[in-house]
Design a protein around this ligand. Sequence first.
Ligand code: LCS
Length: 405
Amino acid sequence: MYNFDEVIDRQHTNAMNTDGFRDYIFHADESMTFPYKDEEFIRMWVADMEFATPDVVIDGIKERLEKRIFGYTRVFEKSYYDAFSGWCKNRYDWTFHRKELVMSNGIIPALYELVEYICKTDEKVLFLTPSYAYFKYAADFNKRDYVCSDLKNEDGQYSIDFKDFEKKAADEKTTLFIFCNPHNPSGRVWKEEELKKLAEIIKKYNLWVISDEIHCDLIRLNQKHIPLGKIMPDYERLITAMAPSKTFNLAGLMISNIIIRNEKLREVWLSRHYNFDNPLSIAAAQAAYEKGNVWLEELRAYLDENFRFVGEYLSAHLPKARYHISEATYLAWVDLNEYFEPDEELPLFFAYKAGVLLEGGNMFVQNSDGFIRLNLARPKATLAEGMKRICEAVNTKHTEKYKGE
Ligand code: LCS
């Protein structure tokens, strides 16, 4: 049994989570102060976990360290493909050809590159909103327009508005759909019928599609992830992105898998991408895919329990909050519209009044005012403290808008 209750000190590790929040959440520098010391915050924002990377991964890195030379490195050996494709086969009954797999330091940099390679300057990127903001940033970075299709939210149940999606897909300038499967921030695991309907529209308009499946391993125990590649086995214009970074808490090692079916696009990638990888990251990822299964199953059970706890706590202390257990991710998506005005700066409110760092709906492009996103991948004790502080701050809130100190 792994000890997910352990509270691990992350100070002095150059962690974004502990040291990067002023810049990322508040666009501020070190001069921004709070009624809390930095180490007193309960940090429920950026998507990494407060849990240790599994021992099997750390052992994999140690074994590689003992080889003592860290020269220029790429994934040459078939053993990496065997480990990762075996993982996909076992968990999702889905595989891909070895030649289709390329590596990237992250999915974000891959998105930035792929938008440039795929979309001409007057073409547009389509995605579903609310959205992980880097889908929009990937378009902005390349000076491409983007178009959003708002998800429908019926009493907290999110679904795709297929009519609206098709209307936007039909625009001949829309050439690329970036799809979050499962979806951050709503936590939806898309069902087979939904994926099939999407696939029909994608095919009808011959769209390129990047299926970002970074969250696919972190689903509730009762859920099933279906790679879009399994629904569209022969569709050439599909790129699938998966990574060990969220699953095993090793985002800082910067390694992700990009599966590019189209040969021409792969050639562009291989000729323009900086094709080197970090040897320690390869070792970590391979060990994770070969030996991380047991740890992951225990983690998922722990996360399920954290989601259950949050639901229970909110219904007792903030009964007007709308909350459903996310089907995927370790991120809770909570609708606080009954307590706040739509344009209130929720991250600012909770940082000042609760000592909790969290992300607000305004950070997810559109269609998400009045929401907060809470990272639940943490020990139960600090989760309970975070929830207590959040609920107390809302319940003692004055009725007027909070505008910062
Ligand atoms: N794609 C999605 C859908 C994500 O949620 C994230 C990280 C990434 C890509 C990043 O991939 P990387 O470049 O690290 O391989 N999500 C984060 C989030 O929601 N908050 O902090 C990070």
